[in-house]
Ligand binder design. Structure first.
Ligand code: AMP
Length: 410
């Protein structure tokens, strides 16, 4: 361990024995790196987050195995340095594999794959479809390769779970050559989350299968998916993670002519419009306050009109999308809520279901209120037409599972 700021104590080393054959899961973003070291039996994990990368305030927040919190400053805020320090922190646990969350897998990948030269070059090439994410994901792969060339690495694509969508759902009504020659189609994202929570719901429900779930991943990024018998049949995000629901800072669906109109009327460039739709819209754009629902809910309770409108629009758009996605399901078992908002905001869940009032959905208000802070459970009434579940997502666990499967060590 080369860095003096990183100084694991004896108690960290004492507990090493409980973290058997762990898999390291890395989620390298443009300004942050989330990581989790997960034991083979999934019972134990070490987690952490490097944040503010690219800035002088960059730091790693590391949670040790025995529950202590360490903070390590990253001088200069470089991605490579942060990764190097994360690997140093975890080296003592002898991880056997590394699984990377990679945002875009294009048309080629329908499942997790072991990293080789071709896979790495594909991750880099797909920068054209995910300019913010794929280059950072590639950096993570290369950092591990440089330090531990012998440790097998696997990439788990956010898009892979949605490769089961039929053409009727994944094609845009555009000239067909755009798909054939340029792979312009709907890909869908948040795949590991939708896969994890739909599989979990199918494990815990008493309903006879095959099950048809609408999974609503509502966090800072939001998407909804129709999952039937474990397969994604349609989803709200498209070519990029901008399509679909209203999100923290992303607009979701807008008129495709908006770009042309804004360019002509306001003289905005394509780059300016792209930035506006991705970073300045959604809950932030309407509330004028924040992209964080907690802040907006507080303001709304104090009578802030735009905060109230932002919440109303958010719920209306989720409800409208869920209603339309239900058309993809041969059979509608229920809705599964997940993500920071889906797992915590009882009022958001209630408002979304109110938008879907024609569906005969009935729920127990007390049960809904009790499902916060990472608890899992159902809240539908006995006479409800469909089931309602809150399932906390665990993308890291799913990535670790898929990594072990891809390497044949499951
Ligand atoms: P995520 O991207 O999944 O971490 O979710 C982030 C979003 O979840 C933010 O909009 C948060 O405001 C929201 N969130 C987290 N906890 C709560 C809570 N207790 N009540 C309402 N929203 C929450």
């Amino acid at each position: 361990m080369s860095d003096s700021a990183v100084n694991p104590t004896l108690s960290d080393q004492e507990t090493t024995a409980t973290l058997t054959n762990p898999t390291l899961v890395l989620n390298c973003g443009s300004s942050s790196i989330k990581y989790a070291l997960i034991s083979e039996d999934e019972s134990t994990r070490i987690t952490g987050l490097a944040e503010n990368l690219g800035l002088d305030t960059a730091r790693i927040k590391h949670n040790t195995l025995d529950g202590r919190k360490l903070e390590i400053a990253i001088a200069g805020g470089r991605h490579e340095l942060a990764l190097q320090k994360i690997l140093e922190l975890l080296e003592q646990y002898h991880f056997v594999a590394v699984g990377h969350r990679v945002v875009h897998g294009g048309r080629e990948y329908s499942e997790a794959v072991r990293v080789n030269e071709h896979v790495l070059s594909e991750v880099k090439r797909l920068k054209v479809l995910a300019p913010l994410h794929n280059p950072a994901n590639a950096l993570g792969i290369e950092a591990v390769q440089a330090i531990y060339p012998e440790i097998p690495q696997v990439v788990v694509f956010d898009t892979a779970f949605h490769q089961t969508m039929p053409p009727v759902a994944f094609l845009y009504p555009l000239p067909k050559s755009l798909y054939a020659d340029h792979k312009i189609r709907r890909y869908g994202f948040h795949g590991t989350s939708h896969a994890y929570v739909s599989e979990r719901a199918s494990q815990i429900t008493d309903a006879k299968g095959p099950h048809g779930w609408l999974t609503a991943h509502l966090g800072n990024g939001c998407s909804a998916t129709a999952v039937y018998d474990g397969k994604s049949l349609d989803t709200s995000m498209g070519l990029t993670p901008l399509e679909g629901l209203m999100m923290g800072t992303r607009s979701g669906d807008v008129d495709p002519s908006l770009h042309m109109h804004l360019k002509r009327q306001l003289g905005l460039s394509l780059e300016e419009i792209d930035k506006m739709l991705n970073n300045e819209s959604g809950l932030l754009g309407i509330s004028g306050l924040s992209n964080d629902l907690r802040t907006i809910e507080e303001a709304a309770n104090e009578g802030h009109k735009d905060a109230q409108l932002a919440i109303e629009m958010f719920c209306y758009r989720v409800g409208k999308y869920l209603a339309s996605l239900s058309c993809a399901l041969p059979d509608f078992t229920g809705i599964v809520f997940t993500g920071g908002i889906g797992e915590n905001s009882k009022t958001t869940r209630a408002r979304i279901l109110d938008v879907m009032r024609h569906f005969g959905i009935k729920f127990d208000a007390d049960k809904n209120a009790s499902l916060v802070g990472g608890s899992e459970g159902s809240f539908h009434s006995d006479d409800s037409s469909i089931e309602l579940w809150v399932v906390p997502t665990d993308e890291e666990c799913r990535i670790a599972q898929e990594t072990r499967q891809a390497l044949g060590i499951a």
